[in-house]
Ligand binder design. Sequence first.
Ligand code: 4NP
Length: 156
Amino acid sequence: MIRVLFVCLGNICRSPMAEGIFQHLVDQAGLSDQIEADSAGTGNWHVGERAHRGTLNVLRRHGIAYDGRARQVTLADLDQADYVVAMDTDNVYDLRYLDRRGRLDSKLHMLLDFAPPGSPPEVPDPFYEGNFEYVFNLVEAGCRGLLDHIRAERGL
Ligand code: 4NP
């Protein structure tokens, strides 16, 4: 199984959205038995909570169900993942701090590095901005590019 772990700050807005969208794309591609998505947050404020209402609503509008609960990322998660995909540079900084021994470097990515040229480098945080539909479009573009990247890299 190829494990893809999406990481944001709170694990209630962006990374659950990415997990839901990416898993949906994987299912549509018929690759569910080869690729699995998960998500976690660098912070612990929302551990155990459902995703933000804005994330759940925008996913539902696009026909995607999501019922995960927030959790905080651990070193074991980083060990087990094949691709660790951050939403912004703060997430990358926090993950590098968690992973002081540098085992993560080769698997750490920024989601929008996989989005088409001209996309912003970071996924803005809708927790503060409330722009869930805009964020959905960015995250979806990144997820499509990420899936293409993994398929090419793994010959799927
Ligand atoms: P997320 O958004 O990282 O996309 O889940 C946030 C959620 C909660 C907080 C910040 C960002 N917070 O400060 O509680």
